[in-house]
Write a protein that binds this ligand. Sequence first.
Ligand code: NOJ
Length: 736
Amino acid sequence: MPEIQADNQTTQRRVDDLLGQMTLAEKVGQMNQVNSGDEHAVAHLRSAIQAGHIGSVLNEVNLETINELQRIAVHESRLGIPLLIGRDVIHGFKTVMPIPLGQAATFNPDLVREGARVAAREAATAGINWTFAPMIDVTRDPRWGRIAESLGEDPFLASEMGVAMVEGFQGDDLGSVGSIVACAKHFAGYGAAEGGRDYASTNVSENELRNVHLRPFKAAVDAGVRTLMTSFCDLDGVPASGNEFLLRDVLRDEWGFDGFVVSDWDSVRQLAIHGYTENDEVSALAAARAGVDMEMFGESYRHHLPELVDRGLIDIAVIDAMVANILRVKFQLGLFENPYTDPADLPPIADDHALETARTSALQSVVLLKNDGPTLPLAADGLSSIAVIGPMADAPCEQLGTWIFDGDPQLSVTPLQALREMIGERVDIRHVRAMETSRSRHSTAFDEAAALAGSSDVAILFLGEESILSGEAHSRADINLPGDQAALVRQVRAAGKPVIAVIMAGRPLTLSNIVDHVDAILYAWHPGAMGGPAIADLLLGNESPSGKLPVTFPRMVGQIPIYYSQKNTGKPPSPETIVHIDDIEAAALQTSFGMTSFYLDAGYTPLYPFGYGLSYAGFHYGNIATDTDEIRLGDTLRIGADLTNTGPVAAEEVAQLYVRDRVGSVTRPVKELKGFRRVGLEPGQTVRVEFELHTDELAFYGRDRQLAAEPGDFHVWIGGSSETELRADFRVLDSL
Ligand code: NOJ
């Protein structure tokens, strides 16, 4: 600790020294991030960098160019301040890992950390020193295209995984080669965009904001994330890039953040489009006052801040503090010591470790949703032919998902390739794509696909969404399988052979229209470069599925938002109180049904709940017990349960811990995830899964806006999904 304090003091002295030498234009220059994005970057950026008008460049990935831009900044500008080079390195650089939502399904922070580490090293090889990741927006809306980039619906899971990513990108020492600055985004509330329509307004109460949406950000700040990005959205009437409550009151004053905040792309200027400011000049003023330290693209800071300071509308001390935030990060990154990149200092791109990490991540991200029979794993010894059908079976780019600016599709191994490689000598792997894209509506090849299925031992349908159907500005109102895929399923089914669906998608899709027409479903998200071998390993039983859903799967789009940690309401539904629309008799028109909270046509349960995922093993949980029935505020409770592998194979299981606070000064969710653990078990093996729960982990923001745990009665569950019913109870008493 004393060493860190001394380091902080040295850094602060260097920041202050430098700041003392800067002109106002140079200060505002540090607050300006410009887009490179073209091959003449050096020519068009040179004079602005020389003049000290640029603090950061984004979207430049050519190493020679970056080294040259750094050289100009260091040797040709008056103060020699190096540049931050930003890029969206979201789930891998060249070696693409599963989409973040898939990574969340691993429930394995160590693996997620390693994935980010690999991405950081590869990006650093190109001269990039800042990534705009992780995205830790909690979202409960699968229509939103950016759910793919999220870590799911749960604040605890998003916090754990988000922190792991921050640690992976930034490393133990931000100043060491291969570490890059992380950026927690989008602060805040973006995941609640109305109707799942990207950029739409968010209307989130302060209580919900604090208890749900801000939690992962607080965790990232505590873990040392060096930058945050604002959200595009209007939050309760104030767009995030002008939101002083978020950026000053919460982030700086309450949380003590000392890194810097970057706006999202052009979102300072967009304050005027929102109707929050009259023009660019007022936008610059509003954003700076609110606490946006750096403007990403737009240049309203550069054009207006100097004059706003001269006119006394913004205090120079405010500007100084913002520039200091930026310089501090540059010093911590070690940029002043070495602004240049030599790839020889880093491991080669896509080395064995990178590919292995991508493969394990894909393997652990896949969720087995259904397995009648069981149909899976395939008994490859007894098979002579497999029909591999569908638009995602052999689509190297489409298995990578959204945000793959730099991803190399040449590294992709598709499921078709992997199956051929693994068992092609023994088993006839026949392939019909059947649809050109996942959206196609031409069923002309469906007869051929069905015939192939009919003449094979088993049909594997590779379905889903192409990469382009999720991601930023790619929201969908209908989240069924796109195009004619459901019809393809039915036609292949009619051939009478076992049908397995492997679904690759950037979001939970509504699967109600196909679920009864297939024997098994492996949900693979967009699994990244090594998705093929990982999926083949699972199909063939070399590995058992162990992914768990980081987000609830609705039966119908109209159920959204549907998530496990809902509030109870005053009229909670139950199987006895609901009725289906088809069961209402004419004579019953006057009758009321149970008067509880459900849909006549969709009930109240999801198709698959949060935390759910099957295995080729069987897992049984029993004997839950706490070490005591009562604890005091400030104490720790120990909870354990026996977990037995009742199945025929060794496998990993993600044991989950949930809590319900029975009564609060504000109502509490019916269940909240508080812990999880991946456990490997041999057939027949039993282990005691144990968790510790400190009362601080029960804390929430109450009516008084303070974070505190409240005394009272609690339920606690352990199990393999959020629907676990294995429960114990305990009471929290006031501290002595
Ligand atoms: C806009 C996106 O919202 C943000 O997440 C991304 O980092 C920036 N563009 C830069 O590409």
